[in-house]
Design a binder for this molecule. Structure first.
Ligand code: SF4
Ligand code: SF4
Length: 719
């Protein structure tokens, strides 16, 4: 089914979700509680190593899936299982419908299966006149509401117990208390009757073991055991990506699945089924068992060198649990059938470009999903790849096309910025010079959630020669990579840094041919423009004699270090690797390489409670966590932790202009944390984060000020 929903209509849905107070509070509580439970569940374990083991097992199984499928079929048939192969969703639906009809089944019970959701199996069976009942509590609730799950593991997470009590009152015809224990009892009573009456049970499977022809099903409620053992027919619908060689492989995956999914130490029930079980009511004395293997595009994904890793997904749902956007708008807005980061990607493959085109833009590129992914999938990178692919197939929107064209020519880009500086004059706030007084008409009122900085009178590149002090016997020679925001909007960040470089006898070069790092083009799906820009930067920065390429923008640093080598792997791999190797973020350079000590700030700027907002591209992109805290202490200020220091601020480049309402909610949550910490000052290490946090704090009249780390270390005046 294809939807042709416009971006505007999608944004209206997001607005409705943001207005849903219960949803917001429930998701917020869950996000905080999940983080703590996950940490507890993995205590004492080497999580990164376990993720790598799972990724390796899954990647090898994907590469070998044809042989594993053949082996599974031989073994399962030998046990008396009927095995079917379905190329497409409609084939699987038809096969399962025919099994029901041939076996004379009228009533079907199901345990939760995302694969069945993927092919809209219930709708198909109901159209054949069959009664289908979901038996997982959350899944039953959403079935009764005639909606899809809003989370892969917790399908009804978006609903309150009061909404469920009202629903159960309607279903049973009796008023039901909104007490969770009582509601569970109501469900148990209703569903027990369905189990007893059912002719056929349908499950998915978490694992399909080739060496024994066994399927494994993990559940928390035990309902899959009833679904597979009470009715006389059992059908398992299994994606071919669930094939694994052995039980040992499945047990490795199962060590991570519940911990990553819900922060539970173990799954309550894992059921292993090898062939049909005994059944006293059938002539053969055995239950009829069918396994339907579904392709539905999986073989094509497996053959794709960029996207094959998508099949490493074990459906834990963690990528939704940590996503700042999912947290604000819930799963019905952050996926089509599959939810969260993986949903943004698989929607394109399983449910078509039209259903994916708005979703893929709703990502801040914060990397939180990648950091927890049980399958080790580079989710943010794949989301950008899908975005670029959709734009190549469907046509590039004018806005992104223009940005791509402008970025390709550094001279054009910079002269447009200089022209914009002149054009902004009537919009400047005369009292508060750094901000625009009001936004240009092209912006809708939604964009007014933060104050926007004015373009600087003189860009850094025009100030460099004056600021540059040649070093005698320098300890290091660096190439300073400014990024376009600091060059043209916040040159004062770089000016402050120049003071420190001079103080520590560092020879600074500023390659004038450097341009934007290219990340904005990647974010907008303009991959070819991003590649051109990357090549320009490689040509501009002469590496001979340069010890480091230092940048004060964490996003630039992360993109130059990790994004550029990926973009240029078929164009200039060695040059890109040599370039990336020298890139270092400002904090790490000053603290770990230069080794600055406690004399970096003056008394007037010391003694303040200082919180840090860790840019996503610093903590997750570059693995830098504590270095900025050390620098804050060295500046004579007191570092104060905030609740979610490493959670995104909602900027995300083009994200904040495409989805300003969501961006504002994420920002406000961040500013609330800082207010609660009692900080006088909020420091960060990315000009995009400064723009978002400073503009938001000013707009909301927050009591703390916001500055870049360089301004804290080498202040011009009180920041
Ligand atoms: S990168 Fe961040 S915003 Fe994007 S899907 Fe992953 S967690 Fe969500
Ligand atoms: S993509 Fe990763 S985090 Fe998301 S559901 Fe799959 S395995 Fe879990």
């Amino acid at each position: 089914m294809e939807s042709h929903e416009s971006l505007k209509s999608y944004k209206n849905r997001l607005d409705d979700a943001l207005d849903n107070r219960f949803l917001r509070e429930a998701m917020d509580k869950f996000a905080v509680a999940y983080r703590a439970s996950r940490e507890n569940a993995f205590a004492g374990m080497d999580v990164a190593d376990l993720i790598q083991q799972v990724a390796d097992i899954k990647a090898a199984a994907i590469a070998d899936s044809k042989a594993l499928l053949d082996q599974f079929i031989r073994k399962a048939k030998a046990h008396g299982v009927h095995v079917h192969l379905a190329d497409r969703a409609e084939d699987a639906n038809r096969i399962i419908g025919e099994i029901a009809q041939k076996s004379g089944s009228k009533k079907i019970v199901k345990s939760k299966s995302m694969t069945a959701e993927e092919i809209h199996l219930n709708r198909w069976l109901e159209n054949l006149g069959l009664e289908v009942t979901e038996t997982d509590l959350g899944e039953w609730i959403v079935q009764l509401r005639k909606e899809g799950p809003s989370h892969m593991v917790m399908p009804a997470i978006h609903l309150s117990r009061f909404q469920v009590a009202d629903l159960f009152s309607d279903v049973t015809g009796r008023d039901q208390d909104a007490e969770i224990d009582r509601l569970v009892k109501v469900a148990r009573k209703e569903l027990r009757e369905k189990f007893v009456e059912a002719d056929m049970g349908i499950t998915g499977a978490n694992y399909a073991l080739a060496d024994t022809g066994t399927i494994g099903i993990a559940t928390n409620e035990g309902n899959a055991r009833l679904v597979t053992t009470l009715p006389k027919v059992h059908v398992a619908l299994v994606g071919i990506d669930k094939l694994l060689p052995t039980l040992a492989d499945a047990l490795t995956v199962n060590r991570i699945l519940p911990k990553n999914a819900t922060g539970q130490a173990i799954t309550s029930y894992v059921t292993w089924i090898t062939g049909p079980s005994e059944c006293t009511t059938t002539p053969s004395g055995k239950r009829e068992m069918h396994i339907v293997f579904l392709d539905n595009g999986r073989k094509k994904i497996a053959a794709d060198p960029v996207f094959s890793q998508v099949l490493q997904c074990v459906r834990c749902g963690a990528c939704a649990n940590v996503c700042p956007v999912y947290r604000m708008v819930g799963g019905h807005q952050m996926g089509h059938i599959y939810i969260g980061a993986i949903g943004l990607i698989t929607t394109y493959f399983f449910h078509g470009m039209e259903n994916a085109k708005n979703l893929v833009q709703n990502c801040t590129n914060c990397g939180a999903c990648k950091a927890v992914c049980a399958g080790g999938i580079d989710l943010p990178h794949l989301i950008k790849e899908i975005h670029a692919r959709i734009q190549d197939e469907a046509g590039h929107p004018l806005q992104s096309l223009l940005l791509g064209k402008v970025l390709k020519s550094r001279k054009l880009f910079h002269s447009l910025l200089r022209t914009a500086h002149l054009a902004q004059k009537p919009l400047l706030d005369k009292k508060e010079r750094p901000y625009l007084r009001h936004l240009p008409m092209i912006f809708s009122p939604d964009h007014n959630f933060r104050r926007l900085p004015a373009i600087a009178d003189v860009p850094f590149r025009d100030r460099f020669e004056k600021l540059h002090q040649p070093a005698k016997n320098p300890g290091f020679t660096i190439a300073l990579f400014s990024g376009c925001v600091q060059d043209f909007v916040y040159p004062e960040h770089l000016e402050a840094a120049m003071k420190g470089f001079a103080q520590h006898n560092i020879n600074v070069t500023f390659p004038m041919g450097q341009s934007c790092c290219g990340l904005p083009a990647v974010s907008m799906g303009e991959k070819s423009a991003a590649r051109d820009v990357a090549l320009q930067n490689l040509d501009a920065v002469y590496l001979d004699g340069v010890d480091y390429i230092v940048t004060l923008c964490a996003s630039c640093a992360s993109h130059l270090k990790h994004g550029v080598p990926k973009l240029l792997k078929d164009y200039a791999p060695e040059k890109a690797a040599a370039f990336a190797d020298k890139v270092i973020p400002y904090s790490v350079f000053m603290n770990d390489i230069v080794g600055i000590e406690s004399d970096v700030s003056d008394g007037a700027n010391a003694g303040r409670k200082t919180a840090f907002h860790s840019p996503c591209h610093l903590c997750r992109g570059l693995g830098v966590h504590n270095t900025p805290h050390e620098l804050i202490e060295k500046s004579g200020n007191q570092y104060v932790p905030t609740e979610e220091e490493e959670t995104c601020c909602g900027f995300g480049g083009s994200f904040s202009t495409t989805f300003p309402a969501v961006s504002n909610e994420i920002l406000t949550r961040k500013l609330d944390d800082v207010t609660e910490s009692g900080a006088d000052l909020l420091v960060t290490e990315c000009p995009g984060c400064v723009l978002q946090l400073r503009g938001g704090a000013a707009k909301q009249g927050r009591k703390f000020t916001v500055c870049h780390l360089s301004e804290l270390l080498y202040p011009r005046s009180d920041p």
